[in-house]
Design a protein around this ligand. Structure first.
Ligand code: AP5
Ligand code: MG
Length: 214
């Protein structure tokens, strides 16, 4: 079961990927989380990625493709995986397909979570993130059990640096130009399925489970 989560920033990719990963016991691979962990740990990759992320721009393809191609070949990915935030450009998708083809493999589903820009800008203002385990909350819709503390790992929740309203707008612009073309790319491959990202978190999740099977 190899799944790609598509959708604009804030559509709910990370939220659904986490639920699916828990249910199907496969890894949730979020390139955004990988970069944020590198930034937190002060690595060279983190330093490079931060200059782009803080501006709402994409990190260059060469910094992300090899990282993901290596990751999906690790032992824990044998049963499948969920890619969240990758691919994000047509060249990234082509590189992934080429790498998988060499392994006689392919992506099974591209789940596209739909939500318009205005809706996203409003919702993003309430997001809180855990930089420890990558869990995501919303102060109204999906609050943690204890305010400001991650349910899963007990670390403090933060507002992501790139969640300032101006940066969210920039990320949405970048999404429309560089990432949205992937919808047609995966439609052409017959693996695209659309979901309404504005509905309740569990309604979106159950619609995905209907496709994947219990
Ligand atoms: P990344 O971390 O991937 O950010 P993004 O794509 O902008 O997406 P988000 O994580 O902001 O949103 P999401 O769709 O996961 O929504 P969430 O589930 O949190 O990337 C960050 C940056 O890293 C990029 O800008 C780029 O610079 C770089 N990068 C990463 N990958 C890259 C790549 N492949 N190539 C180049 N650069 C790359 O939900 C949002 C909020 O809504 C939350 O508060 C959540 O609790 C709430 N919510 C979600 N679903 C629901 C629901 N159904 N009902 C109510 N509330 C909900
Ligand atoms: Mg996310």
């Amino acid at each position: 079961m190899k799944i790609i989560m598509l959708g604009a920033p804030g559509a709910g990719k990370g939220t659904q990927a986490k639920l699916l990963a828990e249910k199907y016991e496969i890894p949730h691979i979020s390139t955004g989380d990988i970069f944020r962990a590198n930034i937190k740990n002060g690595t060279e990759l983190g330093k490079k990625a931060k200059t782009y992320m803080d501006q709402g721009l994409l990190v260059p393809d060469e910094l992300v493709v090899d990282l993901v191609v290596d990751r999906v070949q690790q032992e824990d990915c044998k049963k499948g995986y969920i890619l969240d935030g990758f691919p994000r450009t047509i060249p990234q998708a082509e590189s992934l397909d080429a790498a998988l083809a060499k392994l006689n493999d392919k992506i099974d589903y591209a789940f596209n979570i739909e939500a318009d820009d205005e809706f996203i800008i409003k919702r993003m203002a309430g997001r809180r993130a855990c930089l420890g385990c990558g869990a995501t909350y919303h102060i109204v819709n999906i609050p943690p059990k204890t305010e400001g503390i991650c349910d899963t790992c007990g670390k403090e929740l933060v507002i992501r640096d790139d969640d300032q309203p101006e940066t969210v707008k920039k990320r949405l612009d970048v999404y429309h130009v560089q990432t949205q073309p992937l919808i047609d790319y995966y439609k052409g491959k017959g693996v695209l399925i659309d979901f309404d990202g504005t509905s309740n978190m569990y309604d979106v999740f159950n619609a995905m489970v209907d496709i994947l099977g219990a």
